[in-house]
Structure formats: C-alpha cells, structure tokens
Write a protein that binds this ligand. Structure first.
Ligand code: NI
Length: 267
C-alpha cells in the first residue's frame, strides 16, 4: 500500500520500529497495563549531510504535512547538526532529524558513505515514506566495523538506513509517574537496561528537559558478508518543565542529546 498521508507514515514508522525492536512494544504495553495512554514526544531520524539525503530531504514529508522548523542544534563532538520540527496539532510528535557532517571526517569515510548513497536511485529519497524504507543500499560487516571506529553514528545509518532511531514517551502525559527516576525504575524492574552514559538522567529542571533511554535492542542484521548482531534502536523518555511563561519547553538540549546518541553504541 502506498503511504501518502502523515498518519499512515507515522503508523508505518511505529510498526517498523516495534517489529525490529521488541523492547519498545513490550515497554509500551507495560505502560498500557498500568492504565496509561502514551503520548509520543518525538521521533528521531538520522542521516548524512549529503544533498541527496540531508535533513531537508528527510523533512519533506513532514513539511508537506504542515510541520515547521522550530530549533537547530550543533553537536561538535559527534560532528552532527540537527533540527526539530513541530506541528500545530501538539498531540502529533515532534520530529528530530540529525545529519552527520561528512566533510569533517577523513576522505576514506566520505568515500565509503558516497558509495552507499550512490547505490540509490536518485528519486528514491523523494518518496513520501523514504524515512521508513530501511536500508536502501548493500553494505558489508567489514565496512560497518571500519565506520564504527570513526563514528558510531555513521555505522548505525550505514547498517540500518532510513527508519526511526527512537520514539519517545512524554512522561508529563503519564498519570502514575511524577518523576523520570520513577519511570527508569519501572523500566529496570521489568528487566530492561538503561543507557547510563553521562548518568541515567540527562538534563535537569534548569534546562527545562530531562531525558533517559533504554540501551538499544541488539538485532540480527544481514550484511553482504554474513548476518551479525548489532545494536538497533532504543526507547526514550522525556520529562518537560515549564518555561517562566508557564508553557512547557518544547525544544531539545544539545548537551543531553549528545549522550543519548550513545544509546546505540556497542557496549
Ligand atoms: Ni530523542
């Protein structure tokens, strides 16, 4: 079935994400069993700053669906730029799209990524559901491992392609949890591991946003030289605090997200 509407796209992204990462559906269901209704704070997508697939290209289906750019973030250490998009309908998730700045890496990494991108038909990224199509190129585990030494982020996109990196539970929308710590304890009691890079909770009330995330599910991924188990996607939790004007902060905190990116690192 051709995906042409925002709701169909968001639905497809969730189905693909939970099919690949069973922990997300399990955690989602645990919240439902407690009588919660889950509001998705944001969906995160990853790409490269190549003109064929950069943030602007990935943002197209959302811009066509009345999303607008609301923030831009720099991650100098990870060599990333990100933008976040919001819809007037605040029940719809924010979309957070980051891109790796290829020119800040050595020629070998740039050549490798160009070889992947060149395998795609030019018009493929124009598809409305491009951001849910998965990996549009062939890649070997050897290439994946070489990329990983220079950038975990580059290796993740090379291996998994275009699909949500994570969905995010808005903790403010939960009835039975007042703090992010309570959510983390609930997740751990149920047998899931949290990403503790930089501490389990990233951010604070002072920056109006606290975030935590699970460690990514490890999944079997087919490469040209065999099938290997590698980290896939994680589930994130966000608690937002009101700004002095009383409205909940809707942006992101670069310093926190920097550590959240490490949820897909090979431990
Ligand atoms: Ni996030």
């Amino acid at each position: 079935m051709t995906v042409t509407t925002l709701s169909a796209l968001l639905d497809k992204m969730w189905k693909d994400y939970t099919a690949m990462n069973p922990q997300a559906q399990k955690i989602h269901d645990l919240f439902l069993e407690k009588g919660e209704t889950i509001q998705n704070d944001h969906i995160a997508l990853r790409t490269f700053n190549h003109p064929k697939v950069n943030v602007n290209v990935l943002a197209q289906p959302f811009l066509k669906s009345d999303y607008v750019v609301k923030g831009e973030y720099e991650f100098p250490e990870k060599k990333l730029l990100a933008r976040h998009y919001e819809h007037m309908d605040t029940t719809l998730p924010k979309i957070f799209i980051s891109e790796l700045k290829l020119e800040e890496f050595d020629q070998e990494l740039q050549d490798t990524i160009h070889q992947l991108i060149d395998q795609m038909p030019n018009d493929l990224p124009q598809r409305f559901d491009f951001c849910s199509l998965g990996r549009p190129w062939e890649v070997s585990f050897l290439v994946y491992e070489n990329l990983r030494k220079k950038s975990e982020y580059a290796s993740w996109v090379a291996a998994h392609g275009y699909r949500p990196n994570h969905f995010t539970v808005l903790v403010n929308g939960l009835k039975n949890f007042d703090t992010l710590r309570q959510v983390n304890e609930f997740i751990k009691i149920n047998g899931f591991a949290m990403n503790d890079s930089g501490g389990e909770i990233k951010g604070s009330k002072d920056v109006f946003l606290e975030q935590s995330s699970t460690k990514a599910d490890v999944v079997k991924v087919p490469f040209t030289d065999g099938t290997y188990e590698i980290p896939a996607c994680y589930y994130e939790f966000a608690l937002r605090y009101p700004l002095p004007n009383g409205e909940l902060y809707q942006g992101f905190v670069a310093k926190s997200a920097d550590k959240i990116f490490e949820s897909t690192d090979k431990g």
